[in-house]
Design a protein around this ligand. Structure first.
Ligand code: ATP
Ligand code: MG
Ligand code: MG
Ligand code: MG
Length: 565
């Protein structure tokens, strides 16, 4: 590719809204352009990277026996009503009506659509198992889109769904998909960890996430120094990841929202010291439905908290992990469920602080909406989880826990019969008897991977791509391409030579100052750079530098192509 015929739109400074290195660099390198909150255009250079990730994922899916399909982005409400999710999915589901006033949604995921297709197409055990995948654009109206394409509203996902005659078959496919995911992330050259997504079951195989390790990750992973134990310590993981919205909704009737003025007020009220008790406070949202995660340590008595103390004070919602709840409240102290008021769900899950007392939440003035830190209360202190519970004993009794942050890039899940049962996806078994299919689902965030890879691989000069993801493998930077015949001839010859042997090479023939071309090549993170100038050519040499090298080296013109391959 010749840069003069391509489109490179780098920026000197990242726009102020970008916080994370990956977001800043993606904007500066011109990989993406923001259209609106959580909506981005993939520019040519960025799209090349997306396509590389897609190709690897597609190849591994094909090898794992998954069959490619492409489902519609817009889905009819009827299917979601059948599964029960029309009611329970909440505001992340973008709903719309067509000209006939029929309800639709923009698909955040495709369990319903694929289950509908499969129940029409598959009737016999002889047709099972089957595993379908697609690479497709999803929409989730995230409460807080941020970090660019890392948590976007529209994003590309690879989602796969498998259907089985029995659980053993599901488990076999799950293992194959798990291995395929490892292959994908190995090939992409990412530093990642598969972790149990359900902290409750040690070594449980029901659900795993693939987490790219990065200090800025939104998830916290606990792994053992003495065993393979690794888990996401995500709040209420069982409920959340199994999508047991129905169960959660049922729990809603039992839940009371604890209302205090601020976290500090709550902490004061509970008469506990914040250093001792707060493992982490995480603000997950800013608008209605804002969640505050408050992890409590089990070194205080909870029984003496009286309902009157909490009543009448407005507060953010208090949330905790199941383990922390048990820890803090004792075995019978708390339960998990959505927080709601008058039939409206404000937050998916929260802990019931006082199991047998009403704290006034379900009265008119006491429910909480529209809380803003900074405006309605002081910003909460963020406590690094690692400092607090690193070194705790591993739940499996082997070694101690280490906590690291991660970015969820993939998720595999044994759905069992959740959707097939609700939607009546059955088949006839060997005895001609109708049975409900077992199901698995498997997601990879294609576009999130691009951001996660940059988050993990960058320096002060820019992005550092692995060979597998780089938009171009090599860039030729001629000094004075326009004016120097010798440089132009050498650059064109090397460009032709590299192309002939299949190297994805960019010839940066733009009419720009040398400094601009050199800086851009580093910002864009292209693995190999060859600088061609008159001075070197006089000695038959060019300058070669790998992106990770501190310095360039002089290499004979006819030896440089070998460096790149
Ligand atoms: P998260 O916990 O980050 O919200 P999720 O658990 O809701 O993710 P899944 O439903 O498991 O996501 O979807 C499969 C994959 O899609 C995720 O592992 C992630 O890589 C990707 N993904 C999910 N939400 C987003 C988003 N808003 N922007 C970009 N990628 C996303
Ligand atoms: Mg999500
Ligand atoms: Mg998740
Ligand atoms: Mg997930």
């Amino acid at each position: 590719m010749k840069a003069s015929q391509y489109f490179i739109s780098t920026l000197k400074e990242a726009p102020a809204e970008a916080e994370l290195p990956s977001h800043k660099l993606m904007l500066r390198a011109g990989l993406i352009k923001r259209v609106a909150s959580g909506l981005y255009t993939w520019m040519p250079m960025g799209l090349r990277v997306v396509r590389k990730v897609e190709a690897i994922v597609r190849d591994e899916m094909n090898q794992a026996g998954s069959i490619e399909v492409l489902m519609p982005a817009i889905q009819p409400a009827e299917l979601w009503q059948e599964s029960g999710r029309w009611e329970f999915y909440g505001k992340e589901l973008l709903r719309l009506k067509d000209r006939h006033e029929r309800d639709f949604c923009v698909g955040p995921t495709h369990e319903e659509v694929i289950t509908d297709t499969v129940r029409r197409e598959i009737n016999s055990y002889k047709q099972l198992p089957k595993n379908f995948f697609q690479i497709q654009t999803k929409f989730r109206d995230e409460v807080r889109p941020r970090f660019g394409v890392m948590r976007a509203r529209e994003f590309v996902m690879k989602d796969a769904y498998s259907f089985h005659a029995d659980f053993a078959s599901l488990k076999a496919t799950y293992d194959v998909m798990y291995q395929a995911y490892c292959n994908v992330f190995d090939r992409l050259g990412l530093d990642y960890r598969p972790v149990a997504a359900d902290t409750g079951s040690i070594g449980g195989t029901g659900s795993h996430e693939f987490q790219v390790l990065a200090a800025s990750g939104e998830d916290v992973i606990a792994y053992s120094t003495g065993s393979d134990y690794a888990a996401n310590i995500e709040l209420a993981p069982t409920l959340r990841q199994q999508g047991e919205r129905a169960a959660a909704a049922e729990a809603l009737t039992k839940i009371h929202t604890p209302n205090t003025k601020t976290i500090q007020a709550l902490v004061d009220l509970l008469n506990i010291s914040i250093e001792k008790t707060v493992k982490s406070i995480v603000v997950e949202g800013e608008e209605e439905g804002s969640l505050v995660l408050l992890l409590l340590r089990g070194d205080h008595e909870f029984n003496d908290i009286k309902a009157e103390k909490l009543a009448g004070v407005k507060s953010p919602l208090v949330m905790a992990t199941p383990a922390a709840i048990k820890d803090a409240f004792g075995a019978n102290g708390g339960s998990l469920g959505p927080i709601g008021f008058k039939g409206k769900v404000y937050a998916d899950y929260a802990v019931e602080l006082l199991s047998d007392t009403v704290v006034g939440a379900n009265e008119d003035d006491y429910h909480y909406t529209g809380f803003n830190f900074g405006r309605d209360a002081a910003e909460p202190e963020f406590v690094d989880l690692r400092n607090v519970i690193d070194g705790d004993a591993s739940p499996d009794g082997q070694g101690v826990l280490k906590l690291v942050r991660g970015i969820e890039v993939g998720h595999v899940f044994q759905l069992r019969t959740k959707y097939s049962e609700a939607m009546n996806a059955t088949f006839l078994d060997q005895n001609g008897k109708a049975q409900v299919m077992e199901m698995g689902c498997y997601g990879i965030g294609i576009t999130r991977i691009v951001a996660a890879a940059i988050e993990q691989n960058n320096d002060e000069r820019g992005i550092i791509w692995t060979a597998a993801m780089a938009p171009f493998q090599a860039v030729i930077v001629p000094m004075n391409y326009k004016k120097s015949d010798a440089v132009r001839e050498a650059a064109d010859a090397l460009y032709a030579q590299l192309k002939a042997v299949g190297v994805d090479v960019l010839l940066d023939d733009r009419d720009e100052r040398a400094g601009v071309l050199l800086n851009d090549s580093e910002l864009l993170g292209i693995p190999h750079r060859i600088v061609i100038g008159d001075r070197g050519l006089k000695n038959g040499e060019v300058e070669y530098q790998a992106r990770r090298d501190a310095e360039s080296q002089a290499v004979a013109v006819d030896a440089v192509a070998a460096k790149v391959q």
